[in-house]
Design a binder for this molecule. Structure first.
Ligand code: ATP
Ligand code: MG
Length: 588
């Protein structure tokens, strides 16, 4: 909010260092760009690439994005922004199963919500890997012709047995020495649907004795009769991910292909494949390079699409955007902000060390951002009545509450005071405990932005539960009037006029999981679900909150940050979600 505060300089990290070095050395300066993805011949016909670097965010459209993806998005789009490049939004939709338009839509929406754009240098860089199937097929034939790939007809079991182990080399397939012409004919038969699913597979011909198992003739094309959401039934063979991904990067002229650590062992194949295709002239140097960083592991949540799908489908939560879920759609509904995610990404940094990040770090980032951006409002979440017996029953007066204590330029708003108020149940005690400065019989407190009142008594119901507290006010003590401070009190409590209050549904969220590492060891993560992760309450809010717009965030004084729910709020009747408490209530 405050304009004078300098923008946070992104912390240095090893990927940033590589990018800076590459730019300095002009590693990618000779690249050309013909306006879209394409092979070497097409790109050569284009202009010198105006983008100094190209990164990409390549989700598979088989689920909603989660907080782990936010780390990758902030890194890839952030690098492009900072170094005069562009980040491509690429759907890695080469797997014909499990992919749906709903996921494509939610993914683009989440990336935009985070504040990033794939527009750059006059083009929109939204790509679908399935549009590259023709090229991938051509690349496979090219490898076959050069003797770098062969059709293998071993059974899956034989292939597994012959792959070897970490300590023993693998064994060559009996089909490994077929001629390029034989392989080409068989591969075309695979494409033409002449063979059953799983009966043969195309493999790269590299080295069955390589110490890196990923180089022991990895599979690159398989037969799979499945209808693809984009290409329909055009293909009955589909490329393997490890073959498809480097090609996608190369066609898009990606410079820095950043992925998570589990792909480290795939890097030699990534380089091998692109070098072979460059030798054949399909691609050109400089080729993209892969870099790995450690994925985000966050305590108290699960960041795996499979588990998130299970939570949604088995109705452990209300949907993909349930505010308790670590999906970006859920986080948004919870009131988490894009700025908070960027701060978080910057704070946790990028490294190759696998570690767990405490959920409280994310919450702290959200608090820091909201503390600046959220206006203050008054809300009584667990109301009991306070009656000011010496205040006229038919009177109401204006009190003035600042919208933001650190930003006086945001002004003040009127809150009405009248004879009957709502106060928090915990702000009254029949018998005060030691150090309790709030209301108890004969004690005085200040009604924040209003008067000093003295407690004169209370009423209880049949069970002895306090129902009404009585007090008298001291007329010369109104906040903001001369002499208001003449009477010093230790307690200061918030309140809402009962006659003016907006009675609203408020949802208090707690951790979705009880344990820091759900499903640790051999346990089932579902057993770690917190049964009390949602409390729905009826709260008394200051009248102005009735006009809150969906997704507007506020600090409810003394309680935390709350957002008007974007789904269930109707005009004049917003419902509020607690985003985060003011302080961390979890660390003991
Ligand atoms: P999941 O394992 O949950 O299915 P995924 O890795 O298969 O996730 P993709 O759709 O392939 O999901 O992810 C797109 C990008 O987001 C990839 O580049 C991946 O490395 C990155 N990504 C996914 N999860 C994380 C994470 N926890 N931390 C950082 N980056 C991540
Ligand atoms: Mg993946």
């Amino acid at each position: 909010m405050s304009a004078e505060k300098p923008a946070i300089a992104p912390a240095a990290n090893f990927i940033r260092n590589i990018v800076e070095r590459d730019i300095e050395q002009g590693v990618y300066a000779s690249r050309r760009w013909a306006g879209g993805p394409g092979d070497a011949a097409m790109q050569a016909s284009g202009q010198p690439d105006p983008a100094r670097i190209r990164t990409r965010f390549p989700p598979e459209p088989n689920g909603y994005l989660h907080i782990g993806h936010a780390k990758s998005i902030c890194l890839n789009f952030g690098l492009a922004e900072q170094y005069g490049g562009v980040c491509h939004m690429r759907f890695d939709d080469t797997n014909p199963e499990k992919e749906e338009q709903e996921y494509v839509d939610s993914i683009t929406e989440s990336v935009k919500w985070l504040g990033y754009s794939w527009e750059g240098f006059g083009d929109s860089h939204l790509y679908f890997a399935s549009n590259y199937f023709d090229f991938m097929y051509r690349a496979a034939e090219t490898l076959i012709e050069a003797g770098h790939a062969y059709v293998d007809q071993q059974t899956a079991d034989e292939m597994r047995a012959n792959r070897g182990t970490l300590t023993e080399p693998g064994k060559d397939s009996p089909f490994r020495n077929r001629t390029p012409a034989e392989n080409l004919a068989l591969f075309r038969e695979m494409r033409d649907g002449k063979h059953a699913d799983g009966s043969m597979i195309l493999r790269a011909r590299i080295d069955m004795a390589s110490p890196n198992i990923n180089l022991r003739d990895p599979a690159i094309y398989r037969i799979r009769r499945a209808t693809h959401h984009n290409t329909g039934d055009t293909w009955c063979i589909y490329p393997m991910y490890t073959f498809a991904h480097p090609i996608e990067d190369a066609l898009e002229q990606i410079t820095h292909s950043i992925c998570t650590l589990e792909f480290e062992d795939q890097r030699p194949f990534y380089d091998w494949l692109l070098e072979r295709l460059a030798e054949s002239g399909l691609l050109a140097h400089p080729l993209p390079k892969q870099y790995e960083f450690s994925r985000l592991n966050l305590s108290y949540v699960v960041l795996s699409k499979r588990k998130l799908i299970e939570l949604v489908e088995n109705k452990h939560v209300t949907g993909w955007d349930d505010p308790r879920l670590p999906t970006l759609a859920g986080a948004r509904r919870r009131g988490y902000t894009p700025e908070g995610f960027k701060l978080f990404a910057d704070r946790i940094g990028v490294s190759k060390a696998d570690s767990w990040i405490e959920y409280t770090i994310l919450e702290d980032c959200m608090r820091e951002v909201l503390n600046e951006s959220a206006q203050r409002r008054i809300a009584v979440l667990d109301p009991i009545k306070l009656v000011i017996d010496n205040y006229p029953a038919d009177q109401a007066e204006d009190c003035y509450a600042p919208n933001h204590p650190q930003q006086p330029e945001l002004g003040k708003r009127v809150v009405k005071l009248s004879k009957e108020l709502w106060i928090e149940r915990e702000d009254f005690m029949e018998v005060p405990s030691k150090g309790y400065f709030r209301l108890f019989p004969d004690n005085m407190v200040r009604l924040r932005y209003g008067y000093v009142v003295k407690c004169t008594g209370f009423e209880t119901d049949a069970d002895g539960k306090v129902t009404i507290v009585h007090c008298d006010y001291l007329p010369d003590t109104k906040s903001g009037t001369p002499g208001a401070d003449a009477i010093k009190v230790k307690g200061n409590i918030h309140w809402v006029s009962a006659a003016h209050a907006y009675t609203a549904e408020v949802r208090l969220y707690d951790r979705l999981f009880k344990t820091a590492h759900p499903g640790a060891g051999d346990s089932n993560y579902l057993d770690d679900l917190n049964p009390a992760s949602l409390h729905v309450i009826t709260a008394q809010l200051e009248a102005s909150l009735k006009d809150a717009k969906p997704e507007e965030c506020f600090q409810f004084e003394r309680h935390g940050y709350f957002v008007a729910d974007k789904q269930d709020s109707v005009a004049g009747q917003p419902v509020f979600n607690r985003t985060v408490t003011l302080r961390d209530a979890w660390q003991k």
